[in-house]
Structures are given as structure tokens and as C-alpha cells.
Design a protein around this ligand. Sequence first.
Ligand SMILES: [Zn+2]
Length: 179
Amino acid sequence: MKLYYPNAIKMPCPHYNARPNGPKGVVSLLVIHNISLPAGFFGGNYISELFAGTLDCEAHESFDELNGLKVSAHVCIRRDGKILQYVDFAQRAWHAGVSVFEGVAGCNDYSVGIELEGTDNHAYTDAQYASLQDVTCYLFSQFPMMTSDRIVGHNTIAPGRKTDPGDAFDWPRYLSALA
Ligand SMILES: [Zn+2]
């Protein structure tokens, strides 16, 4: 069974694999990230190209460090609220890296990853909060083990290594809208 958010724009992405069988692969965590390429620049197709494995690493000097990197997220929400889906929610996207939540390592196995186009210190847009809320409600309807107390920032599961979604992300606004 393929799971795509009904209003998502489906995007090509080879960077995923199967979740593990058994309890470890049961989807029970939502991880919120941010991304912008180059950092602080919005719009364009670089994020989708990175996830598709087609990014020209010569296109910007900062892309050097992305050379050979195979990463993805299930969804990216653009500044205008558009929802791009790269990986079937039933599959394992490659967004969390080395990570642990409540003692369970390897968060990619059991989480959904959502990227907000942004940075740690640019306010996210109203359209992004609205779309994020919609996708979250959809995920709650599909994955009963995913609850509002199991939504975290990348910074929480990879402390010291990751800072996203950053201080700009208004957690009370987001979480209160889910109640
Ligand atoms: Zn992240």
C-alpha cells in the first residue's frame, strides 16, 4: 500500500528503503526539519534536485559538502505552503541521520520526516504552518502510534549535531493547532 498525502505534489526520489519489519518499523514519530539551498535562499529546485540525486554540486560554492550525499525527507513544505512529497510514508526516508528518541536509535526506521523550507532564524510562513497542520492530521489518521507528544525537532533527536527547525519555529502555535 502506498501512502501519499492526497494534495501533495509527487516528486522523484531514489533515496529511501524499506522500514524494518517488526515493532521497530512501526511509524510512531514525526521529525520536523528545515532546509534551504543555498542556506537562506528560498525558491528554485535545488532541494528537489538534492533529494533526487541530480543536484549539480558545482552550481554554488556551498554545495561542495553535498557531493555524494544521499538524503531525503518524506515531505518538503515550500514557503508558499506547497507540499512536495518525495518518499511514500510507508517507506524509510533518509532524513534523521545518527539519532535517538527516548532511547531508541535510528529514528529513520520509525519516523516521518518533514522539511520546512527555511532556516533556524527566518519566521516560517502562515501557509507553511497551515500545510504542516494538514499533513500532521493526515499522518495521525494513518499512524495511530504517532501522537502529538511524539513530534520533535531534528535538534531533539540529534543534539549537538543538528539545530533545525530552530528558534524560528513556533512550537506552541503548531501544537496548539493540533489540539
Ligand atoms: Zn534536519
